[in-house]
Write a protein that binds this ligand. Structure first.
Ligand code: MN
Length: 252
């Protein structure tokens, strides 16, 4: 057996182990909003928590990450609202072909006219409209809210994926939280639930550390398994302490 064919055998085993989800894995209302990216086409991959218009902190974070055009930068949604420069954040993200964000519940509010923002016009509005709700790469997925560990993926609505937090949902901010209970692939990268510290487990990675509430803007370096954080320059909005989650430590 040649070395070459041995390598091929290994790579096909590796590929089958990393079984990738497809749009058909989701409910019919969700499937059109699922996008797949080929992470292997990029050198490095960074994931970034809720920015909420904190353009200055995002620029500082990007200086630290220093992504090249061959790196992929993925945002977990909520680029907009609450902070000082929503439009600037969206302009920054959409000006890079290698930056992509999933839709957050705050983009969803603008798309459906439940909230308004100055100058939500083309091409700003068009950009929000085309943001995927689910982004898939490797055996990972990115959604803004989360997934209910008691249900199959195809039993989740768009609203679930944008907003899911507590199990059961009626518990609001009391928990337990879905990401503390998640024990299966794919690994889910998410925002939405404001955490006092990032949450990193084998099956879930939470990156919203409340920059707009005076916390930090957090990124995760996917290949290095490292967190990079930048402190907020201001508390742009106040938030009740009970809505900033002190989660159980992730199992190691
Ligand atoms: Mn948010």
């Amino acid at each position: 057996m040649s070395t070459e064919s041995a390598e091929e055998a290994f790579s096909s085993t590796d590929a089958s182990r990393k079984a990738m989800l497809a749009p058909e894995s989701f409910a019919p209302e969700v499937a059109p909003h699922v996008r797949t990216v080929d992470a292997s086409a990029y050198d490095d991959l960074f994931l970034v928590g809720d920015v909420h218009g904190c353009r200055s902190e995002l620029e500082t974070l990007l200086d630290r990450l220093d992504p090249s055009d061959d790196d992929l930068v993925v945002f977990v949604g909520d680029l907009v609202r609450k902070g000082p420069d929503s439009r600037g954040v969206v302009d920054l993200v959409r000006s890079h072909d290698n930056f992509v964000s999933v839709r957050g519940n705050n983009e969803d509010k603008l798309i459906h006219g439940r909230k308004e923002l100055d100058a939500v016009t083309d091409p700003f509005g068009d950009y929000l409209d085309q943001m995927p709700v689910v982004l898939l790469f490797d055996d990972a997925m990115v959604v803004h809210g989360g997934v209910d560990p008691r249900r199959d993926l195809d039993e989740h609505s768009l609203d679930d994926l944008l907003n899911f937090r507590s199990v059961p949902p009626e518990n609001g901010y009391d928990g337990p939280f879905w990401f503390e209970l998640r024990e299966e692939s794919p690994r889910v990268f998410f925002g939405h639930t404001v955490l006092d510290e990032p949450f990193v487990s084998e099956y879930a990675v939470g990156l919203d550390t409340g920059c707009v509430y005076g916390g930090e803007l957090t990124a995760y370096d996917y290949y290095a398994d490292e967190l990079i954080t930048v402190p907020a320059e201001e508390e742009y909005q106040s938030r009740a302490d009970r809505k900033i989650i002190e989660h159980d430590a992730a199992p190691q």
